[in-house]
Write a protein that binds this ligand. Structure first.
Ligand code: CTP
Length: 403
């Protein structure tokens, strides 16, 4: 495994698993990484800063009272290609989730612009506590990678989940990250996500239940593999904060169309996951529409089909992916969309599948590609589904360059 030339900050917090960290630092150095160690004062009770300094060939910095160290936290945060906080105690996890900054590890974490890996270590009951579950969800949603805990003997005498991942597994997680993040380096991508709102009057609109979760997960998965992403996002309460994702917020199908058209000729990958309105009102009333005695008829007109338009002007070297949300004859309709819209892949969602669709954190999709392949994926998290979609895009692009 190679981490040649990679700059890694290792943050150690107070947990018995800290005794494994000299071995971890040694493995990183052996793999070619440059390593800087920062510790909390309670971590220093479990592992010797002198040993860590010797192995990393750099002074391991502990308490905030070390003036030079404290001033360096911004520098270290900028220097690193990756930071790993291991072991991450329940206490530190809570601080990371809430932006508390009362020690050097937390200060470097808040200053870091690089990806951060968190390897929790705690007793089973602490790990399963509702607050810890919530904190894990918060740090994950903030874009950090939580390295799964191991199951086994715990220092408390309990047997269960809560053990810090083994040093070898943590090195593998970092190595995989650096390998994967090079796969789409230099690639520009466009992703659409969320619903669109078509205004009827100043207070009402025609919209749908899409939240934008799936598209955001795709934008993150593309960025994780090194792509620079423009995310054209319809009205969504969700937010995304990632150095490689530029968000353009739009409201209507027309605005989404215009935003896509301005970036499309610069991108090599476009994934259109937005639930775009197919129709909009012919007239948007300037004043609120008043209730009438009889029924109300609203004349609708078709919106521009973004996917079909991009399919028409697609150039060699561009990979175009669309979504199909169907309730019946799923395969037939999805195949037709693949051909009619000149897409390279259609991600088929069936509303008949439990756990799939709007608002939920899971999805179950089938991938239909232009070469006739059909891959039915299991029910999994939207992040995992996004990972599979991006892997398939990489495969399509590789295939294109080899034929
Ligand atoms: N789409 C789009 N612009 C539109 C409508 C849809 O780009 N105005 C895209 C969606 O983002 C999705 C794909 O087209 O990737 C499929 O959308 P869908 O509405 O299911 O397909 P339609 O062709 O509109 O067909 P139908 O509504 O009859 O299923």
């Amino acid at each position: 495994m190679s981490l040649a030339g990679k700059r890694i900050v290792v943050g150690i917090t107070g947990s018995i698993a800290a005794y494994k960290m000299p071995h971890f630092v040694r493995l990183l150095v052996k793999a070619g990484a440059e390593v800087r160690v920062v510790l909390t004062s309670s971590a220093a009770a479990f592992v010797s800063p002198l040993v860590l300094s010797t192995l990393s060939k750099w002074p391991a910095l502990a308490g905030v009272s070390d003036g030079a160290a404290w001033n360096n936290h911004v520098e270290l945060g900028l220097w690193a290609d990756a930071m790993i906080i291991a072991p991450c105690s329940a206490n530190t996890l809570a601080k990371l989730a809430n932006g508390i900054c009362d020690n050097l590890v937390c200060a470097v974490y808040l200053s870091a612009r690089c990806p951060v890996f968190i390897a929790p270590a705690m007793d089973e009951d602490m790990w399963l506590h509702a607050t810890t579950r919530k904190n894990v969800a918060i740090v994950s949603a903030n874009g950090n990678t939580v390295i799964p805990v191991g199951v086994g003997d715990l220092a408390s005498g309990l047997v269960g989940p809560g053990r810090m991942a083994e040093p070898e597994d943590m090195v593998e997680a970092l190595t995989n990250y650096f390998r994967d993040s090079a796969l789409l380096t230099g690639v520009e991508a466009l992703v659409t996500a969320g619903p669109t709102y078509e205004r009827l009057d100043p207070v009402r609109f025609i919209g749908n239940f899409s939240t934008g979760k799936m598209g955001m997960a795709i934008a993150e998965a593309l960025a994780q593999k090194g792509a620079d992403v423009t995310l054209v996002l319809g009205p969504s309460h969700l937010d995304i904060n990632h150095g490689k994702i530029k968000v353009l917020r739009v409201e209507s199908a027309e605005e989404m169309y215009n935003a896509c058209m301005t970036v499309y000729d610069k991108v090599q990958v476009a994934v259109l996951s937005a639930a775009v309105a197919d129709y909009k009102p012919v007239i948007t009333a300037d004043e609120k529409i008043k209730k009438q005695d009889d029924g109300l008829y609203i004349e609708l007109t078709k919106t521009k089909d973004i996917l079909a338009t991009l399919g028409k002007i697609k150039q060699p070297g561009q990979t175009l992916v669309g979504f199909a949300l169907e309730t019946r004859q799923e395969m037939e309709y999805a195949q037709k969309k693949l051909v009619d819209k000149n897409a390279d892949m259609i991600v088929l969602n069936s509303l008949r599948d439990e756990g799939a669709g709007f608002g939920v954190d899971t999805n179950k999709v089938t991938l239909l590609t232009r070469n006739g392949a059909i891959k039915a994926l299991p029910l999994q998290s939207k992040a995992a589904v996004a990972g599979c979609i991006v892997d398939e895009i990489i495969e399509l692009r590789n295939h294109e360059t080899t034929v």
